[in-house]
Design a protein around this ligand. Structure first.
Ligand SMILES: [Zn+2]
Length: 156
């Protein structure tokens, strides 16, 4: 940012871009010769402004991190709630010993969420490159057996 408040600092050195005292102000890009080799800003106002801006950005970044963490937590909570809801639905189904098939639309209609599960595993009877999995919710395993049909089996 262009600093309009800046004081004229008496510079002891003549402008020389080859010199190791040559600087470009980090705040407003003004060229200057450093009186003190540690100088990085053309004037104290620029130093203040630059450091305040840095603090402001750090604070913003921290706030964003906090926000991201809160969002991740509430997503986790939602996920856990959905898994519990799924489990309640599964507990009510009358499953046969070897599992029962259900229509996915029907399960959707009673509130089942196919994206909320606590585990998944590969299917061994299908080519691995097809990347097919069953999902697991509690002690239930759910296999997609047809386009809109799943087989639900209670293990253990
Ligand atoms: Zn400056």
């Amino acid at each position: 940012m262009k600093n309009l408040l800046k004081r004229k600092i008496e510079r002891l050195y003549k402008m020389d871009r080859e010199s190791d005292r040559y600087r470009i102000c980090l705040n407003d890009g003004v060229e200057f010769m450093a009186n003190d080799r540690r100088e990085k800003h053309c004037c104290p106002e620029c130093a203040d402004e630059y450091n305040n801006e840095k603090k402001r950005l750090a604070k913003l970044e921290l706030q964003q991190t906090i926000l991201d963490t809160e969002n991740a937590l509430s997503e986790n909570i939602e996920q856990i709630n959905n898994e519990e809801k799924n489990l309640k639905i599964l507990d009510k189904l009358q499953l046969k010993e070897l599992g029962s098939t259900y229509n996915m639309d029907y399960l959707h209609s009673i509130g089942f969420d196919f994206f909320s599960f606590n585990g998944k595993g590969p299917l061994f009877n299908i080519e691995p490159q097809l990347n097919c999995h069953f999902i697991q919710i509690g002690s239930y395993r759910i296999y997609r057996v047809e386009f809109s049909q799943v087989l639900i089996k209670k293990i253990i």
